[in-house]
Design a protein around this ligand. Structure first.
Ligand SMILES: C[S@@+](CC[C@H](N)C(=O)[O-])C[C@H]1O[C@@H](n2cnc3c(N)ncnc32)[C@H](O)[C@@H]1O
Length: 261
């Protein structure tokens, strides 16, 4: 973290809301059921075991970097163990994603950035009857995650290999709408805004969008600010590490909240 981000983080810790500050029933219930509630779903045990195995897997993969890269891992060769420790959603964040999808039951889900595939499994297991489309540019990560999905016999994941810039608009042409999208790759201003605007073309009032690493850089902070302010967004939630946006028509007045995670 650079100095600016450290100050932002301290400010976040001092000012972020918890359940005591939330008055709207939607926000209060959201916080209580999805953040405070630590109910351990049966799938969590297996997913934790897979995470532990990935962290023990020291196989090196040649990485083709399509995105803004990683601050910690900038070698072309990376170990599965290092990617799993530093480059994917944490257990806490992945379990939150599971709870979120379980609560809202989205049918069409897109993940931009499969990496080793663990978070994709959280998404797929939380809503087994839904379709998960996950895009990954690096051929070796694509292959690695493909083997993981096959081993788990996870049937509701459709993997796409290629650059988000090409594959994401192409995928959207074949879909009626997006219910949930997790944008977790190519963390720079221009592509993030472009993926957001592309996703907007297939949103409904029920769509939820999640942006990872919103404080990763000044560019990401700028993109996140613009996304919050977009006139179509009715509610945005800032969890420092990631942000969520909603388009709910029940939310008559545009609202932005910073929530403790
Ligand atoms: C942060 S990782 C994704 C982590 C994953 N969602 C998780 O939590 O387990 C980002 C991934 O996006 C891929 N990526 C970044 N930019 C891309 C692009 N423009 N096209 C395709 N893949 C890209 C990278 O290869 C990397 O594997």
């Amino acid at each position: 973290m650079n100095l600016g981000t450290i100050f932002k983080y301290i400010n976040y810790q001092l000012t972020a809301c918890n359940e005591h500050d939330l008055h709207s029933p939607f926000l209060y219930n959201f916080y209580m059921e999805l953040i405070k509630n630590k109910y351990p779903f049966a799938d969590f045990k297996l997913l934790q075991q897979i995470r532990a195995q990935l962290i023990q897997n020291h196989t090196e993969l040649q990485i083709t970097d399509f995105g803004a890269g990683s601050k910690k891992l900038n070698n072309n060769k990376r170990r599965i163990s290092d990617i799993s420790k530093h480059g994917i959603a944490t257990q806490k964040q992945a379990e939150f994603l599971y709870r979120l999808l379980n609560a809202f039951q989205p049918k069409t889900i897109i993940e931009l950035g499969t990496s080793v595939g663990l978070t994709t499994l959280y998404l797929a297991k939380s809503v087994p009857k839904s379709s998960i489309y996950t895009i990954e540019g690096c051929p070796n990560l694509f292959q690695f995650s493909n083997q993981l999905f096959q081993k788990q016999q996870q049937k509701n994941i459709q993997q796409i290999q290629g650059n988000f810039d090409i594959e994401f608009p192409k995928l959207l042409q074949s879909l009626k709408s997006i219910d949930f999208i997790y944008i977790d790759g190519n963390h720079a201003y221009e592509p993030t805004m472009r993926y957001f605007k592309t996703a907007l073309t297939k949103k409904t009032p029920q769509t939820i969008m999640m942006f990872d690493d919103i404080n990763w850089s000044k560019e990401m902070q700028k993109a996140w600010k613009e996304i919050q302010l977009n006139s179509e967004v009715t509610l945005s939630m800032d969890f420092f590490y990631f942000g969520l946006v909603f388009f709910r028509t029940e939310h008559k007045e545009k609202e932005h909240v910073v929530l403790k995670f």
